[in-house]
Design a protein around this ligand. Structure first.
Ligand code: CP3
Length: 345
């Protein structure tokens, strides 16, 4: 039994007393308590791969910020690594892969059959320990990267402004792209099933690079694989966050998921006109709004809440919280949502 299950009820369209709120990237550098744990370790990967530490930082935002859901501390890049493409997280620079997948020969070097439970044991163990530590206070979110975004890192080998190597592949070797997306999709389904079995109450797919594809390309190389994943989890609270894909919102609305994550490009009113009433919307305050004064944060948050016309909302930012945001400002955002009168809906 979960004491505060507002987040799960909002996913499924059940009655709620107030809107639930959490933040993408809440388990991370905004909290001095996170930085304290992290500074004792060799690096980001040790934190991800040590269930005791991952548990500690997953719980921190629940205790310190009062969010309505915990998200497991991990990264989307554990999947390429489990498939045979290890990465490093370079301080102040981001991810870096020694090998990339830009040819059939490189694809053939990936591990053909992998035991997900064996390779990603540390994520499953962290979920089990976090579930115990939460003691039913709030739901626990599991996650993965969407296949297109994972392909981007496997092809590029690092972050990029344009991901032009990845987009090039779609024109030069579309069959290879489909083969890779298919493989990522299979592993991701098994991985998310393992997360549910280990205690996750809800799931989210992060498609951070959805917005760099044309609409038709996103349908072919993005949404078709996301739909395969959604179909494996029907009935489970499941969010698809396709960042920047406003042009595809009507197609995204047809996915077999309960909830659609939105960035701040589109107003909630406009988004709702394109998305079915039977879907929950998550988002979408501009993360930069939290740099504003307390009064400005309260005003912006209330404007967002006033734009909701149904109970099918989960409040969040439109992307991950930026690391230099003052946690006190985050609390103002959270408390504004918590104090908002539900009679307005
Ligand atoms: O949301 C949470 O609090 C849970 C933890 C979480 C992390 N990464 C921890 C992290 C989640 C959900 C992610 C998802 C993720 N990882 C995405 C999708 C969301 C998005 O932001 O678009 C992507 C694209 C990645 C890949 C990744 N991980 C990059 C590009 C980087 C470097 C840039 C950066 O933010 O530093 C990371 C590192 C990372 N993942 C950090 C954290 C807390 C910072 C590393 C550190 O603590 O030193």
């Amino acid at each position: 039994m979960i004491q505060n299950d507002l987040f799960l009820r909002a996913h499924l369209g059940q009655p709620i007393e107030r809107y639930p709120v959490w933040l993408m990237r809440q388990a991370g550098r905004i909290l001095p308590e996170y930085r304290a744990v992290r500074s004792k370790l060799s690096g980001f990967k040790e934190l991800v791969e040590t269930p005791e530490f991952a548990t500690e930082v997953s719980i921190q935002p629940v205790d310190l910020l009062g969010v309505d859901a915990a998200i497991i501390f991990s990264d989307i890049l554990v999947i390429p690594e489990a498939m045979g493409l290890p990465y490093q997280m370079i301080e102040n620079k981001g991810p870096w892969f020694e090998n990339t997948i830009r040819s059939q020969a490189q694809f053939d070097l990936l591990d053909a059959q992998i035991d997900v439970a064996d390779r990603l044991w540390y994520v499953f163990e962290a979920l089990k320990q976090t579930k115990l530590a939460l003691n039913g206070r709030v739901p626990l979110i599991g996650f993965a990267g969407a296949p297109w975004t994972i392909l981007c890192y496997m092809v590029e080998g690092k972050g990029s402004k344009t991901f032009s190597e990845s987009r090039k592949l779609l024109y030069t070797q579309p069959k290879l792209a489909h083969q890779l997306l298919e493989r990522i999709t299979e592993v991701t389904i098994e991985y998310l099933k393992g997360q549910l079995a280990s205690g996750a109450d809800a799931l989210q797919l992060f498609d951070s690079w959805a917005g760099i594809l044309g609409q038709e390309q996103y349908e072919e190389f993005g949404l078709s694989y996301i739909e395969k994943i959604c179909q494996a989890f029907e009935g489970i609270p499941f969010t698809v966050f396709s960042k920047g894909a406003v042009a595809s919102l009507a197609q995204i609305s047809n996915l077999s998921c309960s909830t659609i994550g939105l960035d701040w490009n589109m107003s909630m009113t406009m988004a709702r006109s394109l998305v079915k009433e039977s879907k929950t919307l998550q988002g979408n305050l501009d993360p930069c709004a939290l740099y504003g004064s307390s009064d400005s944060i309260i005003k912006e948050t209330k404007n967002l809440l006033n734009s909701f016309k149904s109970p099918r909302h989960i409040v969040n930012l439109g992307h991950g919280v930026y690391p230099d945001i003052d946690p006190e400002k985050v609390k103002i955002f959270i408390n504004t949502v918590k104090n908002y009168e539900i009679s307005n809906i």
